[in-house]
Design a protein around this ligand. Sequence first.
Ligand SMILES: [Zn+2]
Length: 113
Amino acid sequence: MSEFEQKVLKLLEEINSKLDKILKAESTVGSTASTVSVSSTPSTTVKPSAVVEKQEEEAKLEEKPPVEGRRVCPECGGTAFNAVEDKTQVLHQMGGVKIYAKKYVCRSCGHEM
Ligand SMILES: [Zn+2]
């Protein structure tokens, strides 16, 4: 067996044991949850870290600002905008080339944001 294969095997075993721990932790949570009331159980210490991390990841996704194209005009509620360069706001200047900030002009009412 090559050194590489041995390393991979070792990694797989480590992952396996970690998975076992998580599964065991989850099964204990499940069995105690039915007997112990939820309010008296500190959920943050009982949860396996992997589950907590996943939940935090999902929370971050929800906090994300709306993606481009889902902009809504505060004046008329329109969602169609023209992206134009705001020449009053220079973001960056290098070798005589100016990079301007972008602003969005509502196609319905002309509101700039
Ligand atoms: Zn508008």
